[in-house]
Design a protein around this ligand. Structure first.
Ligand SMILES: Nc1ccn([C@@H]2O[C@H](COP(=O)(O)O)[C@@H](O)[C@H]2O)c(=O)n1
Ligand SMILES: C[C@@]1(CO)OP(=O)(O)OP(=O)(O)OC[C@H]1O
Length: 159
């Protein structure tokens, strides 16, 4: 088999705080997110896409919320762990595409920094990583500003 495809989705509720972690980048905001780790929806969705591509389960299986090791964990650590799992099996991410869904914060000004960090962690080119954003036109939980969501797809190729 030459290719594998995976998709991932993650949500975190907003809570009190002054920043959110998105794609490994600290983004100043008037809310934080409720999470066991740093609550980075971009990296969690991407990890799930990578794991899903090889039918390796999900991040809750690999990094259980019941495990104190992942308390306040930097999600870049989780991403690099998932990358190792793929590479041990002879695969790497060919390209990945992530969409963040929220009214605020604005993601666009931070998208390049996210792409660069993700590309570094995955050992691939920045042109192989896409980070985009959309509002949900004020509809639903993201539209009401109750939480933030991200979805990701990735293609795996033989390393
Ligand atoms: N959190 C967000 C949401 C959107 N953007 C950028 O704004 C554009 C327009 O959003 P619509 O939901 O009205 O389509 C979108 O294409 C993004 O470029 C953003 O940066 N951060
Ligand atoms: C990342 C983990 C780590 O314990 O916890 P959370 O930060 O709460 O994030 P979630 O997206 O719910 O994924 C589950 C866990 O693997």
């Amino acid at each position: 088999m030459t290719f594998r495809i995976g998709q991932g989705f993650d949500v975190h509720a907003f809570t009190d705080g002054d920043h959110v972690m998105l794609g490994g980048v600290r983004v100043d905001h008037d809310r934080g997110v409720d999470a066991h780790s740093d609550g980075d929806v971009v990296l969690h969705a991407l990890c799930d896409a990578m794991l899903g591509a090889l039918a390796l389960g999900d991040i809750g299986r690999h990094f259980p919320p019941s495990d104190a090791r992942w308390k306040d964990a930097d999600s870049r650590t989780l991403l690099r762990h998932c990358d190792r799992l793929l590479r041990e099996r002879g695969w790497r991410v060919g390209n990945a595409d992530v969409t963040v869904i929220c009214e605020r914060p604005k993601v666009g000004p931070h998208a390049e920094a996210m792409r660069e960090g993700i590309a570094t962690d995955l050992g691939i080119g920045v042109d192989d990583v896409s980070v985009k954003a959309t509002t949900s036109e004020r509809l639903g939980f993201t539209g009401r500003g109750e939480g933030i969501a991200a979805q990701a797809v990735c293609l795996l190729v033989r390393s």
